[in-house]
Write a protein that binds this ligand. Sequence first.
Ligand code: HEM
Length: 460
Amino acid sequence: SKIPNGLKDIHTITLIENIKNAIMYNSSADKFYLSSKEYFDNDGITKFQIRDKWMCLLSDPVIAKDIFLRTDIFPKLLFDEFLPDSVLSHHFGVNIVHSNGDIWKRARHICNLAFKVLPIHLFVDVGFKLMNIMETIDNKPIDVVDLMHRFALDVLGKTVFDFDFNNLGDPKNIYVTTYNEVQDEVNNFLFQILPLDLIPYFKNRRLGKVKKLQKLFDDFIKNKHKSMAARNSNGDLLELMIKACDDPNNEAFNDIELRYNLAIFMVAGHDTTANALATIFYLLAVHKNVQQKAREEILSVLGSDLTPSTEQHKALKYLNMIINENLRLYPPAPFLPFRKLAEDLKYKNHVIPAGTGISLFIYAMQRSPKLWENPEEFIPERFENEKNINGSYTWTPFGAGSRMCLGNHFSLIEQRIALCLILRKYEISLPSNSIHRNQLQLQAFGTPKPINLIFKRRTE
Ligand code: HEM
């Protein structure tokens, strides 16, 4: 459709480019950034069209701050409005990530309760299970992307739903295969930019997969109702969500809303952490000196303890710098969920009209040569300076403000536990024929292509 005047001078990523990115690179953040790097680096803004709607993608920390703090001007763009009757709207509906106003407040309030005290012993249990599996692999290259997804999904299931997906023990189980099939559809950007779902064959096939997963989630919720009626209380998130439904003073979450929230927690709560761990192991394999220094810190802080206590989490200073630097280079959520501009917005010499879709390209901002010295290099030491974390909205892997990621501590604790367990026991290296030997390759959005690494048992 016609370009509004205020958007005219903003670089356009054409439909053809978007289709090419989707088909050739699955819209992965690295290729997407490279294809328009000069515009992200210099102007901090690009635009493209999805169907007939204009979307702006920003990489400027000044506007980032406003997006995070002015939720009145930047409310979330809802799937029902943006892509009605799509796989996305059927699968995710309205949930804690994709909602505004009172609906969001209520969801956040309920979920906050569940995340206040984290069941660390469960993280550790699953961590030991991971170590048992690694014992059996010994010295053969193993894909850490797959392994970390299995680990993170089991952690999420146990802690958030009190359910054992057993993806570490049985990677081909029905939950995981059904979930992955839907995730492949969700990640297919081609179906967002083109109205391919109008073709009944595609639509039925894609929605069929979503329905199959929804049935599993519905059974999940039904079983939870049953076990709660039998007074087997565990205090997990799903239980808290259901209890809130029974409270006459609170507006109810019905079973459909519960299911939408389960769907978003599955992605938000495990794909992100799994990708973060996979890219960290890659970076440590490539930067052996950093790996050795991290290991020395772990051994000195933890002594003979295998996993960190609450105080020890903070004392792992160098490890935390590595974690932060990894989240800068490979933000697991490279694109912030879209907002819909509530009023006209002036940005530099542009006027973005109300109604435009707005997202922050976190990946581009965190690699901008204007904001970071040697942005492409892995330098954990840059996070010795705390200012890089909370000062100027240049580093926002978890977002910021009232909509900031609810699971950031959850994820950081999970990452530290896995790193402590593995670094103590194994020396990690990248095989010389790796496809990643010059540069880590992403596969879709923030997910890396399989990364085979060698874990060699250390002799202490
Ligand atoms: C490295 C791991 C993670 C990263 C990088 C990450 C990143 C993000 C980002 C960028 C947002 C969007 C903020 C916005 O739209 O303004 C978000 C929101 C959210 N994340 Fe995470 N996340 C991670 C792990 C987790 C985990 C482990 C959970 C749950 C177990 C979780 C639950 C959520 C929820 C519920 C929201 C929505 C918050 C709201 O709108 O109130 N995330 N996360």
